[in-house]
Design a protein around this ligand. Structure first.
Ligand code: SF4
Ligand code: SF4
Length: 334
């Protein structure tokens, strides 16, 4: 369906009743934030600094509350329906990839309940970033995987494509604002998407990487590519597919809560055993793990690479460590 942009405020107004989040500028970054009543989010952004993985996997979440000395627990109420507007295709695809993990040996009730309550409305990328490489890892600027509805910006109108029943439901409630798609819009879409694909300049050759990585375990490349690393964790916290967490109990008097929070395999303490032994004692082992996890272990387990080529780890690493360059060196060493 087609939505003329002059009807955008009315379209957003129709979504009221559910919690709505959209990318908003603040300081030097764009981030997802709640949209207040009457506010009309403008979707003129490249991508958010923090990916919307927090929609399903918050940075910190309470798993349950309890009182010391009793056996009763209080579970959090997960019942708020939310719509995330303007999710980039790579970030939605990342959520679909990570869901495989949260459905693996046991179903994770927190992640899956949030997925049930969340509608993801995507916005195709017309202007990919300098370090985007989504086509190299199975995605694309108008990929639909993980999305409920995809919007494609055709200058003065949006083309809306429902991907799931949740997306169709959104089109139902806004139907009187929409026009049928005609052949000219289909042609325009093809032109816009093809132009966006051509703007993606960075590429990664992943052929043979997954199978070859175990054989490079002791290769000198790991010391080289990790030499400048500060262990700050930026590349993992801001990665839409990174999903490691820690679980801790917080107490105040007799009140307590068990919570889980994002963790990072790039932190030295991440693998420290109670004995004090650390099997990944230096940046070399931690960087090697990060690349192996994304490009080998996850592929073995779930038949998909745990990297969607969003480019955030390249854009935001304070010492310019570049995963594309690391993978180039991996290929060279194979
Ligand atoms: S962002 Fe860069 S410096 Fe920080 S942990 Fe990752 S690779 Fe190391
Ligand atoms: S590893 Fe880097 S490029 Fe790949 S998904 Fe994570 S942040 Fe994006």
């Amino acid at each position: 369906m087609l939505l003329n942009k002059d009807k955008w405020p009315e379209f957003v107004g129709r979504l009221a009743g559910k919690k709505l989040l959209a990318p908003q500028s603040g300081g030097d970054a764009v981030r997802f934030a709640p949209v207040s009543d009457g506010e009309v989010p403008m979707l003129d952004f490249k991508n958010t600094r923090v990916p919307p993985k927090q929609a399903l996997f918050p940075q910190t979440e309470t798993m349950y509350r309890f009182q010391l000395g009793t056996e009763e627990i209080e579970l959090p109420q997960l019942d708020e329906e939310t719509i995330w507007l303007g999710v980039r295709p790579c970030d939605a695809r990342a959520m679909a990839i990570v869901e495989k993990l949260f459905r693996w040996d046991i179903d994770d009730p927190y992640y899956l309940k949030r997925r049930e309550l969340t509608t993801l409305v995507g916005l195709a990328c017309n202007e990919p970033g300098l370090n985007c490489f989504c086509p190299s890892v199975g995605g694309g600027p108008a990929s639909t995987e993980g999305l409920d509805l995809l919007m494609i910006d055709l200058d003065d109108r949006y083309l809306l494509e429902a991907i799931t029943p949740k997306g169709e439901a959104l089109l139902d409630v806004t139907g009187d604002l929409l026009d049928e798609v005609k052949a000219d819009a289909v042609k325009e879409k093809e032109k816009v998407v093809s132009a966006a694909e051509k703007k993606i300049k960075r590429t990664v050759d992943t052929e043979g990487v997954s199978a070859g990585l175990p054989g490079l375990w002791e290769d000198p490349l790991w010391r080289r590519v990790s030499a400048a690393c500060l262990g700050c964790g930026t590349c993992t916290y801001l990665c839409p597919t990174c999903h490691c967490f820690d679980i801790q109990d917080e107490t105040e008097g007799f009140e307590a809560r068990r919570c889980r929070m994002w963790d990072s395999c790039m932190f030295e303490e991440y693998t420290v055993h109670t004995s004090g032994h650390n099997p990944r004692p230096t940046r070399r082992e931690r960087t090697r793990n990060r690349i192996n996890h994304k490009y080998s272990y996850y592929v073995d387990k779930f038949a998909v690479t745990a990297c969607v080529g969003c480019g955030r780890c390249v854009n935001l690493c304070p010492v310019n460590i570049d995963i594309i360059e690391i993978l180039r060196q991996v290929k060279e060493a194979l």
